[in-house]
Design a protein around this ligand. Sequence first.
Ligand SMILES: [Cu+2]
Length: 125
Amino acid sequence: MKTILFLATFFISLLAFGHHHKTEIKVYGACGMCETRIENAAKSVTGVTSADWNLETNLLTLEYDSEKVNLDDVHKKVADAGHDTDKVDASDEVYNELPACCHYERPDREKKRQTDNSGESCCSR
Ligand SMILES: [Cu+2]
């Protein structure tokens, strides 16, 4: 039911806005600081009009002009900022430079990771 509603909303917004698209991509993060970082990275792509990341679902809701935006660029920008997406992984260097509270769990990389926090985030609200 939720899916149907979501799809209906999606198609209606396509009709209403033409090149104005809305989509959700998965982006991994851990706290409010991550949220700001992720949203700013996404919005730095020309043509992205709105970016809203949800800490609980890890979904980044994007509104963008499909004539100007290649979604791959958004994935790359977000990964450059240190956050894995469902398409592009952040580099270990950038990830390691994030504040400790932002060290979200990386499902594929857990084995590689040797350091620090137990998974509790220090700055979540
Ligand atoms: Cu964070």
